[in-house]
Write a protein of this length. Structure first.
Lengths: 144, 144
DNA sequence: TTAAATCATTAGACGAATACAACTACCCGA
DNA sequence: TCGGGTAGTTGTATTCGTCTAATGATTTAA
């Protein structure tokens, strides 16, 4: 069997379509950037912090950036009153960054925009939607 | 029926998982950026040009950027020997950008990296993969 | 034929993001 | 207590992409 048997071809086609479905909706990115008045990267940082307080080190790792830039991004979010730094009782070298109330509502606004499924998804036949839901959950779960 | 009935909740969950599946694999972006030695934006431009020759105006529109930057990006790709400008017989103001042979193989290399489905997709039960393929095709088709 | 509009280009200012080097405060093991 | 390693910060340099303004060449409409 070649490297392009039926399964592979099907998977490639499905993958291409999935990419188009998700990436095609980059208007959402623009929407959220405009709604919050900050870069998408900072929105991502804010959403991460809103999910659970983190140290700057953890934030940098999870955003795939370096420590100095994490400091700068948190500075910016802090100056907007969206997050705050508190001491880490377990390690006085580090600081814990958590959202303020304002920050939480901003993060929720972003999540609402980004989490709204496209109309075509809502328009799927209920059976298809249920199956897609199950498969997507499995794929997301497998750490892919 | 509220705004959060069962269908909506299912669609939102499926959408969130689809986003994670596609966006989680941003390693692919890094892979392709490293493989081609240029920014992802330029890779995107190259792939667009490889698909079909375009004027700089069209390229700018489709990359959602402005004309001056399209000029700059094409300058860069041209200096790498990946694309070339030719006169547009239909309108002597504009120029047509098309790929060279080198550019085509580079674009294909990028497409190969980006088009490779994640392992979890290939590992799906054949029935599930077939269903996913059908649904994804429908979603991608509807212009979402 | 004249005037307005369009295409590609050049230039400069700007913010966003990455990468490095260096510094302090602090933790921890020898 | 001493020394190496880590967390956060500061600073600098560089690249990338957006935005605005302006220009010469050309098309199109009046």
């Amino acid at each position: 069997m070649s490297t392009h048997d039926t399964t592979t071809a099907t998977a490639e086609r499905a993958w291409a379509n999935l990419r188009e479905i998700v990436l095609g909706g980059n208007e959402r990115r623009k929407d959220v950037v405009e709604a919050l008045g900050m870069s998408f990267f900072r929105v991502k940082a804010l959403r991460r912090i809103a999910r659970e307080p983190v140290t700057l080190r953890e934030l940098a790792d999870q955003l795939l950036t370096d420590r100095p830039y994490a400091t700068l991004v948190v500075d910016d979010l802090e100056s907007r009153g969206l997050v705050e730094r508190t001491a880490n009782p377990a390690d006085r070298r580090s600081k814990i960054v958590s959202v303020t109330e304002t920050g939480r509502s901003a993060a929720e606004r972003a999540n609402r925009i980004l989490g709204t499924p496209p109309a075509a998804l809502l328009a799927l036949p209920p059976d298809d939607l249920a199956v897609l839901d199950r498969i997507a959950a499995r794929l997301a779960d497998e750490g892919l």
